[in-house]
Ligand binder design. Structure first.
Ligand code: 13P
Ligand code: SF4
Length: 305
């Protein structure tokens, strides 16, 4: 089947089987076109709470599908491509969090949403890149253990000098790999362009940015901003989506290497297989873990409003 035929079959099957397709904004255009909801991690979590369907198919990575399951335990939640993981999420496990808590008694544990369900279950509150600062403003604790992204953690820490924030040494191997020299050379090539950066990038790259925000915030800023040119400091798919959304503006990737292979492995064929029950992986989370992890995510939604 070609792309159009696959899309047509997916649209037919998803209404026949009462399925909802959720896709992170890093997915390709052909997937976004057949999705019922697209957005960044925070928007996907909020949408998952409200959707009315029997099955939700998640096009993104495993921690996102787990988050949907935690928020909608009564639904079947299927990760379209079971191979889609997140190295940052896998960099810390529940035992490591318990060890950090033993080392820093009384400290609140704040977890980036890019974590496994077991890790979320050990935490006080989750944050996303778009809600981290707002949630920290609403959090009473003076002592914080921030896991697992040291770059998002550093970005937050710089805004809360009065709090003692311990950073775990995890990172996104794709965003953290971009050097300030690379960013400076692209900025030199396009001196009129505004530089929009995801906080998973290193501190020195973030320091060069005109704007720092989540995937959705970067897209909103580029679409609504008055500038005609933008350098995009996040996954390269966002450059492609923006070029399509705003043909009158120019968008440049900060680096052609900023590609998340995990986000890219999902295909229309995977979605079709998931709909047919011949592919994908149904996500299960043990009830005790689910209940505890749910508290951290509910708190995120409550404090992030
Ligand atoms: P967002 O919160 O911006 O969607 O980011 C998720 C992610 O994994 C970025 O690498
Ligand atoms: Fe994980 Fe980085 Fe990929 Fe986001 S871009 S899913 S943090 S590896």
């Amino acid at each position: 089947m070609n792309t159009r035929e696959l899309q047509k079959e997916i649209l037919r099957l998803k209404s026949e089987r009462n399925c909802f397709i959720l896709a992170h904004s890093y997915q390709s255009d052909d997937i976004l076109e057949v999705s019922d909801f697209t957005g960044d991690s925070f928007a996907l979590s909020a949408a998952a709470k409200k959707i009315d369907c029997e099955t939700a198919i998640l096009c993104g990575v495993r921690f996102m599908a787990e988050t949907v399951k935690i928020l909608s335990p009564e639904k079947h939640v299927v990760l379209a491509n079971p191979g889609a993981g997140c190295p940052m999420a896998d960099s810390i496990d529940a035992e490591k969090v318990r060890e950090l808590k033993r080392m820093h008694p009384g400290y609140a544990v704040v977890a980036y949403i890019n974590t496994t369900a077991e890790v979320k279950a050990e935490c006080d509150v989750c944050v996303t890149s778009s809600s981290a600062v707002r949630i920290m403003e609403n959090l009473d604790s003076e002592g914080i253990i921030f896991i697992p992204d040291r770059n998002l953690g550093r970005y937050v820490k710089n805004r809360f000098r009065d709090k003692d924030i311990i950073l775990y040494d995890g990172s996104c191997p794709r965003h953290a790999n971009i050097s300030a020299d690379t960013a400076r050379s692209v900025m030199k090539l396009h001196p009129e362009a505004r530089f929009l950066v995801h906080p998973e990038c290193g501190e020195d790259v973030v320091g060069l940015a005109h704007f720092v925000g989540s995937t959705k915030e970067i897209m909103d800023e580029a679409v609504s901003g008055s500038a005609g040119e933008y350098i995009i400091g996040t996954e390269i798919s966002i450059v492609q989506h923006l070029c399509r959304a705003c043909p009158g503006k120019k968008f440049y990737p900060v680096s052609n290497d900023l590609v998340c292979g995990d986000m890219r492995i999902t295909s229309l064929g995977d979605i079709l297989d998931a709909l047919n029950g011949t592919g994908g992986e149904e996500i299960t989370v043990p009830p005790v873990i689910l209940k505890k992890a749910r508290r951290s995510i509910d708190r995120m939604i409550e404090l992030g409003r």
